[in-house]
Structures are given as structure tokens and as C-alpha cells.
Design a protein around this ligand. Structure first.
Ligand code: BES
Ligand code: ZN
Length: 626
């Protein structure tokens, strides 16, 4: 894969007719040539063919749960390749046409996770490659919802989730983050439903059932996104707004009312927002993620609509990806921390600007706790705790953990604290500017850091000890930690309660959701059901409207056998499909024989409400399938 590759390198590689190769992960900064890499998770050769533009013409068949149509690729075969190889996963290929002529293509047998490479013969001046296809039954990107699985329960719904390597299950494409293209689309849906994509929408509401889209900026395949449902729109300001099912729209609009200000804050920090509009689509509750940074249109779970705007940092996160991720993209999934670590750092800077330092420092501290837990559960010397990952031969979905997020953002915080905020901010602005619409490796970033920030400051270099962060396990000893003291009063109240003070005496005035979350997180394993009952009587955690607090509470309920919370927990598990909540709850149930029985019963009952990728992880946890 390439970006930043010099002309000479391009010529050399095209002459030998092979793809860019990089050796094993480097151990020091100096020996690395940051300009070459190989992406283990794509079989496409689109980097050497130059695949520029996609025109998608598809029909979404809600009854059949199938997408059918064509993907027309505009290519430029400058390096005289004999074939174009695209990624596919479970697609049924009907025909392939190159410049108007039907060609005989080859579809390889599937490789686990990667799918089937589609080989299409091309010649030097081939320009247009059209693939006529249908999606298969096992399309990992697609969740088809029956009406009763939606919020309003009236119409069916479809949405896609393409990151990390699922775009190939609904579009034959070069499915690696290192290959960018622009796109247009014509999407036909049942009349009355609305279609949305990660693109400019040329007709927001229409009754023909045919929608046209345009994305003029080059994006990688993992940012391809489509949603179809009974949706409505509510504008927030001239460049932001919310889409949701009608019954959800007003609540969603209230929750996200400050999103216009958020975009303004982000721009003040790291330069202009380059994507035109920034809208949010609230999905039905089965959405497996908190959010997904589809360009121009963040997809998000309704579980962040708490009624009090207490979970909007998730929107700051997805918005921040408009710079880190969508503008400057990780070259391979091994460099995932470049997307997520930068984004969490940026998210917290936005929240600091909007809500003040106390608020953001609490986010930093909760994140630090998440990091400690992730390191503890992976093991402190595990290689998945390096920032630079090695996902070769694995499904990226299995190796992408909180490490990229929380260890990644801590490294950036260390850079900020060590170099000074002013200097670091200037560096980041230049980083986004210099690498806009490029794809970079960890090593490219490290070189950029070396020349742009560290320069020849050997004292600074030594203090940072970056090698240990990037190519070493666990939490390095110079990791900055903020906000710990902010929770002292919460810790003190918890202690008092645990030593016998009645729950109603807990002094909690003006505690935020962060403080409640910290309060519950610190409960010891030996908590008694009677103590849970006392807490519930005083604070009604079982019916908390904050999904993070409710999730933590249900976790404790399983651990302590606090049965009174089970009906509410079952309602939670029956509707909310967010993996971040489902996995720990099912995992905790599986730790006891009674719990295991409950996990199996609940999973059998609600499995169909979960997204295919959530089902894949729960099959492992609950059914112990691999
Ligand atoms: N890009 C990610 C979602 C993702 C990561 C999808 C890896 C597939 C593979 C998104 O920006 C994200 O990080 N979402 C988080 C929320 C965030 C506030 C940490 C999530 O969904 O929990
Ligand atoms: Zn993210």
C-alpha cells in the first residue's frame, strides 16, 4: 500500500510488478522506512492500479434482505497491471464488464475474515470496471431490522457498519484504509423510506424512493455507509442537524443541540472542518457501536440520549474523527491508534473547551481506569498492549481494543505536557494540514514528530521515551494521570457506605454521571445484595436513564446476585445492541452456573436483535464457539 511514496519507489515497484512490502515491526525509530507498508487485511491491488472513483447503483430490497446492483469503478492503469483485484465477502457476482465488454473474471475461494479476491482482467488503457452483484446472506456489514426492532416499530430498517473490513460484504471494493476514492451513488429504496449515506445528499426527502449521493473528497472503503428507514430530519444550525426515527427526533435534537458549537470548538483547535455539513444519524437501539464516524454523517446509538446531554462526549469523539481518521487515516489496522488515540485526545480537548477542565479531567481519569482494566485483562506483557499492533492472520475486530484509544491518547497527553500545550497544538495543526487526505503509518507519524516537535532536543526525546510506548507493552512509567483527586470525595462517600453508613446519607449533591459511574466502578467484589438494595432504594439505579451508569449497575447486579434488577437488565439486553455493554454483561453472567444458564436463555431470546458482528463476539462468549 502506499501514500507519500516517491515516484522512484513507485516505478521500481511497478517494474517488479509486486506490492509494497515491509519487514517485521521495527524496534527503533531510525531503521524504519516509513514510506512503505503492507496491509495484511486486503487482497486488493488497487494501490498499483489507481482506483479513483466509484459509482454505486443499487436497489435495497427490504423484504429479501438483499442489496443488488452494480459498482462501477473508474481506474487508471498507469502501471500496466494485468488484473484489478477487489475485495469481496459473500457477494454473489453476476457479471463483470470492462469498458463495455463482458470479461471472464475469477472469484477465489474465501479466506477466513478476508473473503474472496475478485480478479478482473484489465489492459493498459482500461477505464471503467463494472461489477454486477448481490449481497449474500452473511453480509457482515449489514443489519436488517424488522419493524419491531426499530424505535417506532412501523417500518423495516437497514444500516451498514463498514469499519474495519466489512465494506467488502456490501460493495466489491479495495477494502483497505490505505486506498481512497471518491463516490457517487444512486440508491433505490421502498417508497416512503429515506436513504442516507456518508455523502452529500442531493434530495433529503422524496417520494420516488430514489436517492442520489455524492462524496467529492477521497475516502477509504471503511467510511462507506448507508442507512434506510423511516427517518426525519431536524436542523440544529446552518451546518449541523439530526436524523432519527420520528418518535425519537425531538429528544435527539435536544440532546445534540450544542453540536454546532462543538464543530466550532474543534475548528478553533485544529483547523477547518473540511467536509461541509456535519449531521448525526441516531440509529435503532441494536446498533453495535457507540458511534461511527461516517463522513458528514456520524452514526450513533440511541443509548447516549440520556435526556441531560451527559454522554455527548461520544459525539465530540466522532466529530474529532473528521480530522484524525477521516482526513489523516491509519495506513493499516496495525496503526489503528493513529485513528483512535488522536481522536480520544481531540475529543477531550473539545470537551475541556465546552465544559471546563474538571469535566474533561474526569473523562481522562475514567479513561485511565479503562486502560488499566484492559491491560490487566490482556496481561501486562501482551503484545496487543503495544500501540503498534501486529494483526497479521487475525480478524482486526479481535485485536482492536481500548489500548489504541486510551494508551494512544495518553501518549499525546504526554507530548502535550512535556512540550507545552502551545507548541503541541501548533504541531497538531501542521500534522493535520500536511497529511490531509493521506494515509500514514505509525512510523511516518514518528518521523513527523521527530522533525516537527522533538527536533534535536535530546532531553525531550529521552523524557518521552516513545519507543517504549509504541513498541512496548503495558502503561509506561511516564504516563500522565490527571483527575484522580477529583474523585476523592466520591471515594470517601463509597468508603463510608461500605463501612455501614446508610445509603440515603451519601452526600452526592451535584454529582455528575461521571461521579456516579466512578462511585459504582469502585464497589468491591464482595458487595452484598442487601447493600445493592439499599443503594437502589436511595438512588434508583435500576431505572437509570444514563446507559453507562445502568450498564455498570447491571454488571454489579449480576456479580452480587441482586435479582431485583434482573427484569430491567433483561429489557436493557433485549433492546440495546451496543457491544461495549453486551460483552461485559454476558461475560460476567458466564462466571457462575446460574448466570451461565441466564446468559444462554437471554442470548437465545435476543440474539436476533443483535448485529451480526455483535453476534460473532457473543457466540464466543456465550456459546463458546470460535
Ligand atoms: N471508529 C470507531 C468504531 C469502530 C472501531 C468500528 C473499530 C470498528 C472497528 C468509533 O469512532 C468509536 O471509537 N466508537 C466508540 C465510541 C467512542 C466514544 C470511544 C464506540 O463505539 O464505543
Ligand atoms: Zn473512534
Amino acid at each position: 500500500m502506499l501514500k507519500n511514496a516517491g515516484i522512484v519507489l513507485l516505478i521500481v515497484v511497478s517494474l517488479v510488478g509486486c506490492r509494497f512490502k515491509k519487514k517485521t515491526p521495527p524496534s527503533t525509530l531510525k531503521v524504519v522506512d516509513p514510506k512503505v507498508w503492507v496491509d495484511e487485511h486486503t487482497q486488493s491491488n488497487a494501490d498499483s492500479v489507481s482506483v479513483k472513483h466509484l459509482h454505486l447503483d443499487i436497489k435495497v430490497e427490504m423484504d429479501k434482505k438483499q442489496i443488488a446492483g452494480s459498482a462501477l469503478w473508474t481506474i487508471s492503469n498507469n502501471h500496466k497491471q494485468k488484473e484489478l483485484i477487489l475485495d469481496t465477502y459473500g457477494l454473489i457476482i453476476d457479471s463483470v464488464i470492462v469498458d463495455g465488454n463482458s470479461v471472464s473474471y475469477q472469484l477465489d475461494s474465501p479466506i477466513k475474515f478476508l473473503g474472496s479476491a475478485l480478479h478482473i482482467p484489465i489492459v493498459e488503457n482500461s477505464k471503467f470496471v463494472a461489477i454486477h452483484y448481490k449481497t449474500g446472506l452473511n453480509a457482515r456489514a449489514l443489519q436488517w431490522l424488522d419493524p419491531q426492532q426499530t424505535h417506532d416499530k412501523k417500518f423495516p430498517f437497514l444500516y451498514t457498519q463498514s469499519e474495519a473490513i466489512y465494506a467488502r460484504s456490501w460493495i466489491p471494493c479495495p477494502d483497505g484504509p490505505g486506498m481512497r476514492f471518491t463516490y457517487t451513488a444512486r440508491v433505490s429504496v421502498p417508497k416512503g423510506l429515506m436513504a442516507l449515506m456518508s455523502a452529500e445528499n442531493t434530495d433529503i426527502v422524496n417520494d420516488t424512493g430514489i436517492y442520489h449521493f455524492k462524496m467529492n473528497l477521497p475516502i477509504p472503503a471503511y467510511l462507506m455507509a448507508l442507512a434506510v428507514g423511516d427517518l426525519a430530519f431536524s436542523g440544529i444550525d446552518e451546518r449541523t442537524g439530526v436524523y432519527a426515527e420520528k418518535g425519537m427526533l425531538e429528544k435527539a435534537r435536544y440532546e445534540f443541540e450544542n453540536v454546532g458549537r462543538m464543530v466550532g470548538c474543534a475548528e478553533q483547535l485544529y483547523g477547518p472542518y473540511r467536509w461541509g455539513r456535519y449531521d448525526i444519524l441516531v440509529l435503532p437501539p441494536g446498533f453495535p457501536l457507540g458511534g461511527m464516524e461516517n463522513p458528514r454523517l456520524t452514526f450513533c446509538t440511541p443509548s447516549i440520549i440520556a435526556g441531560d446531554r451527559s454522554l455527548v462526549s461520544l459525539i465530540a469523539h466522532e466529530l474529532a474523527h473528521s480530522w484524525s481518521g477521516n482526513l489523516v487515516t491509519n495506513a493499516t489496522w496495525n496503526d489503528f491508534w493513529l485513528n483512535e488515540g488522536f481522536t480520544v485526545y481531540f475529543e477531550r480537548r473539545i470537551m475541556e473547551q465546552l465544559m471546563g477542565e474538571t469535566y474533561s479531567d474526569m473523562l481522562w481519569e475514567l479513561g485511565y481506569q479503562d486502560l488499566e482494566n484492559t491491560v490487566a485483562s490482556l496481561g501486562p506483557t501482551h503484545k496487543d498492549t503495544w500501540l503498534k499492533l501486529n494483526l497479521k492472520g487475525r480478524d482486526p475486530d479481535d485485536g482492536l481494543t481500548d489500548i489504541a484509544y486510551e494508551k494512544g491518547c495518553l501518549l499525546l497527553r504526554l507530548l502535550e505536557k512535556t512540550a507545552g500545550r502551545d507548541r503541541f497544538d501548533k504541531f497538531l495543526v501542521s500534522y493535520f494540514d500536511a497529511n490531509a487526505f493521506k494515509t500514514i503509518t505509525t512510523e511516518t507519524f514518528l518521523n513527523f514528530l521527530d522533525t516537527g516537535l522533538i527536533k534535536n532536543d535530546t532531553v525531550l526525546r529521552k523524557k518521552l521515551n516513545i519507543d517504549e510506548w509504541v513498541y512496548g507493552p503495558g502503561i509506561p512509567s511516564n504516563a500522565p494521570r490527571a483527575g484522580r483527586d477529583l474523585f476523592n470525595k466520591v471515594d470517601a462517600q463509597r468508603e463510608k457506605f461500605l463501612s455501614g453508613m446508610p445509603a440515603e446519607k451519601i452526600a452526592f449533591v451535584h454529582w455528575s454521571a461521571h461521579e456516579w459511574l466512578h462511585f459504582l466502578r469502585g464497589m468491591p467484589p464482595g458487595l452484598m445484595p442487601s447493600q445493592m438494595a439499599q443503594l437502589d432504594d436511595a438512588f434508583n439505579f435500576t431505572n437509570s436513564g444514563n446507559s453507562e451508569v445502568a450498564d455498570m449497575w447491571f454488571f454489579l447486579a449480576i456479580r452480587t446476585n441482586y435479582y431485583q434488577a434482573y427484569p430491567a437488565m433483561e429489557r436493557f439486553l433485549s433492546t440495546i445492541g451496543r457491544r461495549k455493554f453486551l460483552e461485559p454483561l454476558y461475560q460476567e453472567m458466564m462466571l457462575s452456573p446460574n448466570g451461565e444458564e441466564m446468559a444462554k436463555r437471554l442470548y437465545a431470546k435476543y440474539r436476533k436483535n443483535y448485529h451480526p458482528i455483535a453476534q460473532e463476539s457473543l457466540n464466543e462468549i456465550v456459546l463458546k464457539l470460535n
